[in-house]
Design a protein around this ligand. Sequence first.
Ligand SMILES: Cc1cc2nc3c(=O)[nH]c(=O)nc-3n(C[C@H](O)[C@H](O)[C@H](O)COP(=O)(O)O)c2cc1C
Length: 238
Amino acid sequence: MIRLRSHRSIFLLILCFLSFAPWPGSGFVYPGEQSPAIKVLVAYHSLSGHTERMAEAVLEGAKSHPGTNVLLKRVGHVTADDLFTADALIVGSPVYWSNMSGEVKTFFDNWQFKFGVFPEFKMKNKVGAAFATGGQVSSGKEVTMLTILAAMLGNQMIVVSAGGAFGASATTEGDSPGIDKKELADARALGRRVAEVAALVKANACPIVHPSVPRSDSPRCLGRINRSGPRKICSGTE
Ligand SMILES: Cc1cc2nc3c(=O)[nH]c(=O)nc-3n(C[C@H](O)[C@H](O)[C@H](O)COP(=O)(O)O)c2cc1C
């Protein structure tokens, strides 16, 4: 009889634990819990290697954020699958005549007919950022980054910066040949920030919050917590 009772209490204990435990793979997000895994795609164009060096540093920065998978590709090699499976995209270009290079512009132009990003806005709510290298100090790096960000904004992406006001950049000729430590640090800061924001966006996009978590303890949740049981809460679907 005593044995039967202890079995019953063990059973009840397990039941109790199960009712409060997150289901494996359910996307449960508790406050303070580690961010979900994210994928950051770094796409660039580079002829003489400067923008490529910056791209590698951006990648390093993204990788330094826990749970981040990274992919480095030249813009011409990016596939539709690369784009759609990424949570964030960071695009780098050399300055050509005070703007992004033709290769980078073609990459964005391909979003319409080659990749079919538009008209469904398939890149919507992915995080985007830009970096650039230019030969001279004041000859188009900011315009280059802003036009990259403009293409992303036109596709309803969430654009962020770090390093500089509009992204990371480097001057590569004249009095400042090559890429110095500060410029590489800016590139790493950009990659890291993009990964951080992408993780936040993903965690908040559609979390499943357990009813036992009070709303006040769940600042990362975008929606209302359902008291009747765990369920998905998506922004705009309440
Ligand atoms: C066709 C062409 C146009 C360029 N126009 C500019 C320019 O307007 N402003 C500038 O600062 N640098 C300009 N540059 C210099 C490159 O932006 C600079 O060397 C850059 O770092 C090259 O990047 P990469 O090594 O990744 O190819 C130009 C270079 C080329 C080839």
